[in-house]
Write a protein that binds this ligand. Structure first.
Ligand code: SF4
Length: 351
């Protein structure tokens, strides 16, 4: 482990007895930040209620906070009253969902992460060229449903390495793989390896589909896992990238790993015999929740916190076009790129 290892390895043994390795990057990615700010700005601009199709991001705290401020989360578009405003979540939607919204005369704001939209565009392009598209992802995940909906007749879902054996294509000379943005990098490469064994002419995506935020958070965990007796990942159970962080920690040597939404879910018994605790958080997790975990650990003697920095992140996305237009009309000036107000949902700045 570069940097942090050099620092803490030279510490006297008694200082290093109980310590926390804190992953960076962790927490909010640019796509989540943009989606959360979109709902906040929509509430400010149009007033409550603002409808949101599905959870805007997969985090219990964020959803609960926005609900208190007037967001109404629905599962399907037809639950939104005719003519109301609906925000589509960061995970993206299939074209048919846009059609449904139009039929109901809804005002839509599309908070799909631009990196998910990129995968949608790839799917459309390869389908137009009549490729068989093998979409690696988790069955039923909203992002996969949205991407598959772009070209259902061309896309076959491949849910992990073990499902490769059942995959069939029309023409093995014209096949490409794409993926969900929040998968395990290592497991996806294993799936691709098996697919390529079966279809040697398999084409790669034009660029990585697993996004920078997913990759960076996994990289940080890999760098510290072997030194950790316990890895605490802050995130919700339906957050794909958060669940992957626990798996990556265990695969790379952490002796235990747990996913928690809140610090009060930590069981004191997890700390029995533990010297080093790793802490990280998924891409949809506000920093305030990590702070609560660090406070809990400090209260249990783990107040020596060492950052493990795997990458620097500075990406920011503009708000959705339709919202920018309305904000500009209301204020007379162009809105900034996303700058989150930590007071709103407890979000913090990545370090
Ligand atoms: Fe976008 Fe990646 Fe964040 Fe998903 S995890 S919202 S794809 S940046």
């Amino acid at each position: 482990m570069p940097g942090a290892t050099d620092t803490h390895d030279s510490r006297p043994a008694e200082v290093a007895t109980k310590r926390v390795l804190l992953a960076a990057p962790r927490g909010y990615c640019a796509g989540v930040d943009r989606a959360v700010v979109t709902v906040e700005k929509a509430l400010e601009l149009y007033g409550a209620p603002v409808y949101v199709r599905k959870e805007i991001v997969h985090n219990k705290h964020v959803v609960t906070t926005l609900r208190k401020r007037g967001a109404i989360f629905v599962d399907e578009t037809d639950e939104v009253p005719e003519g109301a405003t609906v925000v589509f979540s960061a995970h993206g939607v299939a074209p048919v969902v846009h059609d449904e919204a139009r039929a109901l005369n809804l005002k839509t704001i599309d908070a799909t992460c631009p990196l998910v939209t990129k995968v949608h565009r790839e799917a459309v392009r390869f389908a137009d060229d009549d490729f068989d598209i093998l979409l690696i992802g988790h069955e039923g995940h909203e992002e996969v449903v949205g991407t598959a909906g772009e070209a259902p007749e061309h896309i076959t879902l491949v849910d992990g390495p073990d499902s490769v054996v059942d995959v069939e294509v029309r023409n093995p000379d014209k096949v490409v793989w794409l993926s969900q943005t929040t998968l395990s990098v290592d497991e996806t490469m294993e799936t691709v390896r098996r697919l390529r064994e079966k279809f040697p002419r398999l084409q790669d995506p034009p660029s990585d589909d697993i996004c920078y935020a997913t990759q960076n958070r996994q990289l940080a965990v890999k760098q510290m896992a072997a030194e950790c007796d316990l890895m605490i990942v802050v995130g919700s159970r339906n957050s794909s990238n958060s669940v992957r962080l626990v798996e990556v920690a265990l695969e790379h040597g952490s002796r235990a790993g747990h996913l928690v939404d809140y610090a009060d879910e930590i069981d004191d018994a997890w700390l029995d015999g533990v010297a080093t605790v790793g802490v990280t958080s998924g891409a949809s997790v506000p920093e305030v929740l990590v702070r609560d975990v660090l406070d809990y650990l400090a209260a249990h003697g783990f107040d020596d916190v060492l950052p493990v920095v795997a990458a620097q992140e500075s990406l920011l996305f503009s708000l959705p076009t339709e919202l920018r237009r309305d904000l500009k009309a209301a204020s007379g000036s162009e809105p900034d790129s996303v700058r989150h107000d930590p007071a709103a949902t407890g979000a913090g700045t990545l370090r």
